[in-house]
Write a protein that binds this ligand. Structure first.
Ligand SMILES: [Zn+2]
Length: 374
C-alpha cells in the first residue's frame, strides 16, 4: 500500500535539496541513502567524467520473487531547472507549490519520489513482482546529458517507463519525435558599408533570402515541426556582414519524413546561398532518437492494464517533446512515458496536486504487479 504521508514527506525532502543540472551530488547521495535503506545496492556510473558534472547517474536493481516476469525499468531525472536552490514547498488546498521564488521541482521529483515509494510498498506488502531496475539521471534539463552519455550495457530491463511528463494519470505516451539540430553557417564577404558596399557579400541578406524561401515553418503537419530558434550575425553597423549563423530545430514522429525534410531544407538553403554568391556550411546534430512503439506493444499494455485497474481514464498519446525516454528507446529499450500530473513546469508557478503524486506511485506499483501476474 502506498503510504501517502510518507510519500509526501519524502517528496518535500527531495525537492528541498539543491539539484541544479551538473550539480546533483547532494540529491544523488540522498537518493542512494534511501535505496540502501530499502536493502538495495545502488551504484553510481561515471558519466560526470564526460558531462563535467559533480556526479553520475544512480542505478539500482530490485530482485523480484517472480523469476519469469519481464524486467521493468523506471526512470526519473534528479536535476531541476533554475531557479531551484532553496525550494520551500507550500501546500494549499491539497496542491503543492513553491513559495514563488523557485520552481517546485515536481519535474522530476514526482518521478523520483513515486518510484521510491512504489518499491518500498512492494517490499512491505510482500507483493509478487519481477525484477525492477531503477535509474535516476543527471542533467536531463540541459540536453539529457546523463542518458546521452550512459553505458547502455548497464540497462538490464525489457521495458522502460520514463516518469517525466505532465498530463492526467492514465495518459501513456507511446511516440515522441526524432530531432535534428542543424547548425547553418552562411559565409559572405566583408567590405566597408559606406565606401565599397558593392565589393561585399552580405551574409545576413543571404540567410534571410534562404529562410524566406522555406515552404513552411512552425507546425509542418500533425507529426512534424520546424523552428529557427537562434540567429547570430554581424560585426559592426558599417561593415557588410561577412557571416551569419542560425540553428534549425526540426522534429517528427515519422523518421522517414524527417530525413526527407532535412535533405530538402539543406538543398534549398545551399542553392539560395550559392546563387547569391555566398558559401554555406551545415553541421547536422542528431538531437535524439524517436520513441516509436505500436499502441499494443506489451510495454504500453502493462501500463494500460495497471491504469485500468486503478480506474484511471487511459489515453494513448504522442508528444512533440524529447526526454530521457527518447534515448532509452534509442538504446533498444522500449520506453513509454507515464503522465505524472506535473504542471506549469520550468516556471516558478509550477505545481503538483497531491493526488497526482500518490496516484503516480500507485500506477508504478500496479504496473510492476501487473507484469508479474502475466
Ligand atoms: Zn523533466
Amino acid at each position: 500500500m502506498i503510504n501517502e504521508n510518507r510519500l509526501l514527506n519524502e517528496f518535500i525532502e527531495l525537492v528541498s535539496v539543491p539539484c541544479p543540472s551538473k550539480d546533483e551530488k547532494a540529491e544523488a547521495e540522498l537518493i542512494m541513502g534511501k535505496l540502501r535503506e530499502l536493502g538495495l545496492e545502488p551504484e553510481m556510473d561515471d558519466v560526470h567524467a564526460k558531462t563535467g558534472g559533480t556526479c553520475g547517474n544512480v542505478w539500482a536493481y530490485v530482485k523480484g520473487n517472480v523469476p519469469d516476469a519481464p524486467v521493468l525499468l523506471f526512470e526519473a531525472h534528479m536535476d531541476s531547472v533554475a531557479p531551484t536552490t532553496g525550494t520551500k514547498v507550500v501546500r494549499k488546498d491539497d496542491v503543492l507549490y513553491s513559495d514563488g521564488t523557485t520552481t517546485l521541482g515536481g519535474d522530476d521529483k514526482v518521478g523520483v519520489a513515486s518510484i521510491l515509494e512504489a518499491v518500498r510498498a512492494l517490499q512491505e506488502d510482500g507483493a509478487a513482482h519481477g525484477d525492477v531496475q531503477l535509474l535516476f539521471t543527471v542533467s536531463e534539463e540541459i540536453g539529457c546529458l546523463g542518458v546521452v552519455n550512459l553505458d547502455k550495457s548497464w540497462i538490464k530491463a525489457d521495458y522502460g517507463y520514463c516518469m517525466d511528463i505532465g498530463g492526467d494519470l492514465g495518459e501513456i505516451t507511446y511516440a515522441a519525435p526524432k530531432l535534428y539540430d542543424i547548425y547553418v553557417t552562411v559565409k559572405g564577404k566583408a567590405a566597408h558599408a559606406g565606401i565599397a558596399p558593392e565589393s561585399g557579400v552580405n551574409a545576413i541578406m543571404l540567410a534571410a533570402q534562404a529562410l524566406s524561401k522555406l515552404p513552411a515553418y512552425g507546425r509542418i503537419d500533425e507529426e512534424t515541426t520546424f523552428n529557427i530558434g537562434l540567429f547570430n550575425a554581424g560585426v559592426g553597423t558599417n561593415i557588410v556582414c561577412p557571416e551569419a549563423k542560425f540553428v534549425i530545430d526540426m522534429r517528427s514522429l515519422n523518421v522517414a519524413k524527417l530525413e526527407a525534410l532535412k535533405d530538402s531544407t539543406i538543398a534549398l538553403i545551399r542553392e539560395t546561398i550559392e546563387a547569391g554568391g555566398g558559401q554555406v556550411e551545415f553541421d547536422v546534430v542528431e538531437g535524439c532518437p524517436a520513441v516509436e512503439m505500436a499502441k499494443d506493444h506489451p510495454c504500453i499494455q502493462l501500463a494500460q492494464h495497471a491504469a485500468e485497474k486503478l480506474g484511471y481514464p487511459v489515453e494513448l498519446k504522442t508528444t512533440g517533446g524529447c526526454s530521457d525516454g527518447n534515448y532509452l528507446c534509442g538504446y533498444g529499450l522500449p520506453c513509454a512515458l507515464l503522465a505524472t500530473g506535473m504542471s506549469n513546469v520550468h516556471t516558478t508557478e509550477e505545481y503538483l496536486k497531491e493526488s497526482d503524486l500518490y496516484g503516480t506511485a500507485r500506477w508504478i506499483y500496479e504496473t510492476i504487479k501487473t507484469a508479474a501476474a502475466k
